[in-house]
Design a protein around this ligand. Structure first.
Ligand code: GCW
Length: 650
């Protein structure tokens, strides 16, 4: 597309296919998509493609053997021919993208038959997009990549070519579902469910050729605000009928509609508490309306008191999701999925894994990640989140399955994409989107290998110097970001409201439940059972014990679980205060280094992309210095303990 970055599907990535002879067998809409992809590549590079053609010498055969909707495919190569077979259209499409990813290697040597299938059936992006620009949150809430891809001038975009291109990119990294509007459902957006469903249908139509289903965020109060009923009580017969009828009309407009996403009783959104009912009752009312059509309700577990009194030390926001939902285990309908943020707070640079995951064996859980970098540099800072996500997905809440397997309801990420020509504002933030898709397909994949895959696809034919440089600037970037921001798992310390840049006490005396409790003697939140909020006791063994004691708690989470003196010695051998100083100096030095590495790649990256990243490095460095100096000065002033190395602190 003119003027839009091709991201991980540049034309060159298709050269290995486009120069060869391909046979495509089968029929159906996704086969047509595959055919279109290969045809375009052949037009560009001179190869040929036959559709159900005669037997002949082919280098690549893509064959649909059934008419199902399976996403699995097989891949093999022998006698000079590469073959992909699938029994469902989506499988054939994923098989094609597998060949694209392998590049020339797909056409060399031989491969025994391999079977590929996604580990998680639902791999979804939630867009926090508003149809009408919100006076405070803008068009995309926590969006750092321009306006919405879907909505423009308060309507679905007339020209959906870009949406189609987006679907193509998503399919190429394995994503199969998209929620098209913000979970905070404002007045205009509420109507997408009813009289404006046609606009959602248009978007769904643009995504469908790439095997992606559309989902919709709806307001729990819809029967009142849209239906004119007096109540939205989930057990009321009239309310249930309203949902059933509204949902039937949705399916008339969008036969393959995915389902609803609901943020209820959370940060001011309406929910079942108003009627004295549980969240299972609430979710099940919508699930019942969706069930006859095969739809799913994604019910978010982000329920906590956002109006707490900072003086009240017994209330602990980290406990909230577990306290609300674990008693409801087993009560949710089979097509209700409880969507849990991966950490107990809110997408901080470092959090433990939510104790809810693993504690609800009779409930389908989806795990929610945040690709949009709300608290991780807002796509002005490079912060590749692969290692953080992979760590969470590999975490085993107890002896047994890791999070990546417990997420039976799927993996979801809040999208980091907008109408920016680079899709994600910061061109390197594309790596987060790609990594998310690949981890959703295979949660135990090695994130480093995924990063290399992204580099090779996005920069085809890159010389080794470019590959090494890109890997270097991305690979350690999350660790670097953590170093110059809030220390040792304590979180927040950000500017209230927009959440960009440091403000150590920004939320300290606020109602949001996000405190660090620093005083002249120490810092951190006591979440132990013995003397604190008891949060550590929400974990199963061994974690409940590991986190309970400051002796066994991992350094990186120490201040999340414990209030300790500045002189507390970490496992690293450093005191907490010296750790704070050292990491903040190191973090800035690492950004300086990364900026130099990027500058050294000027001749190898196209000028517009290079310039965009270079400009963002300037801001990242400015901001990292700001973080360093505010955090270090704050703790020097609070503690009175000087830096052991006598560096400049203000
Ligand atoms: O991280 C917080 C954000 C809100 C968001 C909320 C949520 C959509 O600051 O902007 O609202 O989480 O996840 O619902």
């Amino acid at each position: 597309m003119q003027g839009v970055d091709p991201a991980w599907l540049p034309d060159e990535a298709y050269r290995p296919i486009g120069t060869r002879r391909t046979l495509i067998r089968g029929s159906g809409p996704l086969v047509e998509t595959v055919h279109g992809e290969v045809t375009q590549a052949c037009v560009r590079f001179g190869g040929s493609v036959s559709f159900d053609g005669p037997a002949g010498p082919y280098d690549l055969v893509l064959e649909l053997t059934g008419d199902g909707s399976s996403e699995a495919f097989t891949f093999e190569r022998g006698d000079g021919r590469t073959t992909v077979t699938a029994s469902g259209g989506p499988g054939l499409l994923y098989g094609l993208f597998h060949v694209v990813r392998l590049g020339e290697a797909a056409f060399r040597g031989s491969y025994e038959r391999e079977e590929h299938r996604p580990e998680l059936a639902l791999r979804m992006l939630d867009h926090w997009d508003n149809v009408a620009v919100h006076p405070v949150m803008g068009q995309v809430e926590r969006g750092y990549a321009g306006g919405s891809l879907f909505w423009q001038d308060e309507r679905a975009r007339g020209d959906l070519e870009r949406v189609r291109a987006y679907g193509r990119l998503l399919a190429a990294c394995g994503i199969n579902a998209v929620a098209v509007n913000n979970v905070n459902v404002h007045g205009t957006e509420a109507r997408l469910l009813t009289d404006r469903i046609g606009e959602v249908a248009d978007i769904a139509g643009a995504l469908r050729p790439y095997g992606i289903r559309a989902h919709l965020s709806v307001t729990f109060a819809a029967p009142v605000v849209l239906g004119g009923l007096e109540t939205a009580d989930p057990l009321d017969a009239g309310v249930r009928e309203w949902w059933a009828e509204a949902t039937a009309r949705v399916y008339e407009a969008i036969p393959d509609f995915g389902g609803y996403v609901v943020k209820a009783d959370s940060e001011g959104q309406p929910g079942p508490f108003a009627y004295g009912h549980s969240h299972a009752d609430g979710a099940n009312a919508l699930a019942a309306a969706l069930a006859p059509h095969g739809g799913i309700v994604h019910w978010r577990a982000f329920v906590y008191n956002h109006r707490q009194d900072w003086r009240d030390r017994r209330t602990d926001r980290a406990r909230a999701a577990y306290d609300h939902f674990v008693p409801l285990d087993g009560e949710f309908a089979s097509n209700a999925v409880l969507q849990v943020k991966h950490g107990p707070m809110d997408f901080q640079v470092r959090e433990p894994v939510s104790p809810l995951i693993g504690a609800m064996p009779r409930t389908r859980l989806a795990v929610e990640l945040q690709a949009t970098q709300e608290y991780t540099g807002q796509q002005r800072h490079v912060c590749w989140l692969g290692p953080m996500w992979s760590g969470a997905l590999r975490f085993r809440p107890e002896e047994g399955s890791p999070v990546g397997e417990l997420a039976r309801g799927g993996l979801v990420a809040v999208s980091n994409v907008g109408d920016d020509p680079f899709w994600t504002g910061h061109p390197l933030a594309q790596a987060n989107l790609y990594t998310f898709g690949r981890l959703a397909w295979q949660p135990d994949a090695d994130p480093d290998a995924v990063l290399d895959e992204w580099i090779r696809l996005t920069f085809p034919d890159a010389p080794q110097r470019l590959i090494t440089g890109l890997h270097a600037v991305l690979d350690g970037s999350w660790a670097t970001y953590e170093k110059y921001t809030a220390p040792l798992g304590v979180g927040f310390m950000v500017q209230p409201g927009h959440h960009y840049g440091p403000s150590v006490d920004g939320y300290e005396y606020s109602p949001w439940g996000t405190y660090h409790f620093a005083d002249r003697d120490g810092i951190g939140v006591d979440r132990s059972v013995a003397s604190g909020t008891g949060y550590a006791g929400q974990y199963a063994k061994p974690w409940a014990e590991v986190y309970e004691s400051s002796e066994t708690c991992p350094d990186e989470l120490l201040l999340f679980f414990h209030h300790v003196p500045y002189g507390h010695v970490l496992k690293s051998g450093k005191t907490v205060i010296q750790h704070i100083y050292d990491t903040h100096f190191e973090g800035v030095a690492e950004v300086e280094e990364a900026r130099e590495v990027w500058a050294s790649l000027t001749d190898l990256v196209d000028p517009a992309r290079h310039a965009r990243v270079a400009e963002r490095y300037e801001e990242q460095l400015r901001s990292a210095r700001e973080w360093r100096d505010q955090i270090n000065s704050y703790f020097l002033r609070k503690s009175g303990v000087p830096d052991a190395h006598g560096r400049r602190i203000y």
